[in-house]
Design a protein around this ligand. Structure first.
Ligand code: SF4
Length: 361
């Protein structure tokens, strides 16, 4: 593997070419991609890329590709319908008991499949103004049904520890908010940001803090990333994972198994495996739902329940997440379509073998 050592984050296609991460012939197309969707490859991520491997699963997630210029009719700038559920700036209130609180619109790295790619990055929406921040807090205070506040973005760990500490304290001071969940890619993309000061900033009284780590390939969980996660967990912050099923990155049983095992080894409970959203210019990274179901079934046969995420689809238009299987239970019907009472259910075991199960007495 040809390792790249960088001092700073790469943000320009020409820099990617200079480092051997993209070909000079692709530069005009990549410049067009970069003009529309932000690019950032941190030194930690660049160090994981094998420049001699044209199919490198880390490069595929972060190095822009000319295929991003192709937008399909089914793709949408707001694929999961954030805007339809945003009562005030910075808040998405899709489900009754929880809100997304979008504090910043920058990230350490920019994922080529990002479902908010039209909203994140330099030159897109800016961080919330102080007035908008106060307005969002007022909304949370006024809605007593809000039990959980999910800090997302952009990446909330791009904020300074000082600012994060203020925000955490403001939210935790709301009586009815019991959980603050932080969604981040920073522990893998820039683990040095997870300092003792940052961890201390996340620890507040008045609410329980969870951190959801976004990673898609086991190689992202480097020694440094594992140490950053250990710092969070050792501080008493439980962690869950979220991953996106991506063609050419983790759409095979071995890669998914390795990723889920790596999470569990880091004391991170696998939570969601997202089906790729219909974000513009991402068709080359999406898989078929049926393939995702096959992979989930194969995962069940390979690793313990501790390593099983839930495979979910965000329904376009803002209708929320739905688990999309596979299903292991079906009802047995007669050729005429009547339910057979003596052997009502058919259940599939972890090897794929089918068994019958009786109805309730
Ligand atoms: S870190 Fe999250 S918000 Fe940022 S580009 Fe990646 S998927 Fe999008």
């Amino acid at each position: 593997m040809n390792k790249i050592n960088l001092a700073a984050t790469l943000r320009q296609p020409a820099e990617l070419v200079a480092q051997g991460l993209a070909s000079a012939a692709d530069l005009p197309a990549l410049a067009q991609v970069a003009a529309r969707y932000a690019v950032a490859v941190t030194p930690d991520i660049a160090a994981l890329i094998d420049v001699n491997d044209p199919d490198d699963p880390i490069a595929r997630q972060f190095i822009p590709n000319a295929e991003e210029l192709v937008t399909q009719a089914i793709e949408n700038a707001d694929p999961i319908g954030d805007h339809a559920h945003s009562p005030v700036a910075g808040i998405v209130h899709r489900y009754p008991d929880r809100v997304l609180f979008k504090l910043v619109h920058v990230c350490a790295v920019y994922c080529r499949f990002c479902f908010r790619r039209e909203m994140v990055g330099p030159g897109k929406e800016t961080a919330l103004s102080e007035a908008a921040y106060r307005g969002a807090l007022d909304y949370i205070r006024a809605h007593s049904e809000i039990w959980e506040v999910i800090l997302t973005g952009g990446d909330p760990l791009m904020l300074s520890p000082r600012r994060l500490a203020e925000i955490m304290a403001d939210i935790a001071a709301v009586d009815h908010v019991k959980i603050i969940r932080i969604h981040t890619r920073v522990p893998v993309a820039d683990p040095a940001r997870v300092t003792d000061e940052m961890i201390a900033a996340l620890k507040v009284t008045g609410a329980t803090i969870w951190v959801a780590l976004h990673a898609n390939h086991a190689r992202e969980l480097t020694a440094k990333a594992r140490a950053a996660c250990a710092g969070l967990v050792d501080a008493g912050i439980p962690m869950v994972s979220q991953s996106v099923l991506l063609r050419g990155v983790n759409d095979n049983a071995e890669a998914l198994e390795a990723l889920m095992r790596a999470f569990v080894e880091c004391r991170i409970k696998p939570y969601y495996l997202h089906h790729g959203d219909l974000a513009p210019g991402t068709a080359h990274l999406r898989t078929a739902l049926e393939h995702g179901q096959e992979l989930m079934q194969s995962l069940r046969g390979r690793v313990s329940g501790l390593c099983q995420p839930e495979y979910v689809l965000d329904i376009p238009g803002g209708h929320g997440k739905a688990p999309v299987g596979p299903s292991y239970l079906s009802q047995v019907k007669s050729p005429e379509g009547e339910l057979r009472s003596e052997t009502r259910y058919r259940v599939v075991d972890y090897c794929g073998d089918v068994h019958l199960y009786p109805p309730a007495p």
